[in-house]
Ligand binder design. Structure first.
Ligand code: ATP
Length: 281
């Protein structure tokens, strides 16, 4: 049986997607793949071009997220669902892959409650921000993805998801990837970003944490302590994926050739559940 892979390419600065697209072309169609992407650096760039400053806020629990008011959601749709998604589809089409670009809102692939109030700390002060189009994923529906995969199309997916009231909601791309990997019973979840993996010291690329043993609370705590800002969500999502039965979860570098194959070979931060999980080269 062909292995099911979920690959997420982060949208942070400094990533050339061509490396990941080349690798997808090497792995497809022998592998069944759902490709998920972010676009945060391109969105920041376009917001600034249009005279708007991106608003990143830290929640009371220490998580960093984008405050997504109505206008920011319009821009998010333009950049994530439009520019970045369609450029990736174009790149895959150029490599002979029949890709289809969708948001997680389409076909209600991912849905959940909107949380329009954001309690945040801004400039050291607690604030209540209203009008946020953000939410969490409570349900995933993989029927549309199966329909595409069964017919030879590679789905290229991006936030937003859809709220219970049918509104576009900003959701975390790593959590989206994790939840889809679980629902699709993926053999592996590969999360690519502009870092070699989880670093003990974010400023030192050589300080890679090679493994996180999700069954060991001390290992998870050390990982959560090392992770700063948005990286915390990645660690949480990765741990949840392993706990939910994904055999291989790897955080790896999108900036090197063959980033997916490298990750599958164990280069990066590999999340395991004790000795039960083996990473095969
Ligand atoms: N301990 C750490 N190790 C590695 N990276 C870290 C660490 N702490 C914080 N980071 C930061 O986390 C970032 C990656 O997370 P981020 O969510 O910003 O990216 P992404 O997933 O690529 O983007 P998107 O949300 O658009 O998909 C890195 O750019 C890095 O600067």
């Amino acid at each position: 049986m062909t292995a099911m892979l979920v690959v997420k390419l982060g949208g942070s600065a400094g990533i050339d997607p061509a490396l990941t697209l080349d690798d997808l072309a090497a792995l497809w169609p022998e592998h069944r793949i759902v490709f998920i992407h972010g676009a945060n650096a391109v969105l920041d760039e376009w917001m600034r071009r249009l005279g708007r400053e991106p608003r990143l806020v830290t929640s009371s629990t220490g998580q960093v997220s984008r405050f997504t008011d109505r206008e920011t959601m319009d821009l998010m749709l333009m950049v994530y669902a439009g520019l970045v998604n369609k450029r990736l589809v174009e790149g895959l089409q150029q490599r002979g892959i029949n890709a289809v670009g969708l948001t997680a809102m389409d076909g209600r692939i991912a849905s959940g409650p909107r949380k329009d109030v954001l309690r945040a700390i801004e400039n050291g002060k607690p604030k209540v921000l209203r009008g946020d189009y953000a939410g969490s994923i409570e349900q995933v529906d993989t029927r549309l993805l199966d329909l595409l995969l069964d017919n030879g199309y590679l789905p290229v997916l991006t936030p937003p998801a859809v709220s219970d009231q049918g509104e576009a909601i900003n959701v975390d791309g790593d959590k989206l990837a994790m939840q889809l990997a679980v629902a699709l019973r993926a053999e592996a979840l590969v999360i690519l970003s502009n870092t070699p993996g989880l670093l003990r010291d974010v400023r030192d690329p050589a300080s890679l944490i090679a493994t996180i043993d999700v069954s060991d609370p001390a290992s998870v705590e050390a990982a959560m302590t090392a992770a700063q800002g948005r990286m915390k969500k990645k660690v949480e999502a990765g741990c949840k994926a392993v706990q939910s039965g994904i055999g291989r979860v790897v955080f790896a570098d999108a900036r090197l050739p063959q980033p997916i194959q490298r990750a599958l070979a164990g280069v990066g931060t590999v999340l395991t559940a004790g000795s039960r999980v083996e990473v095969r080269p």
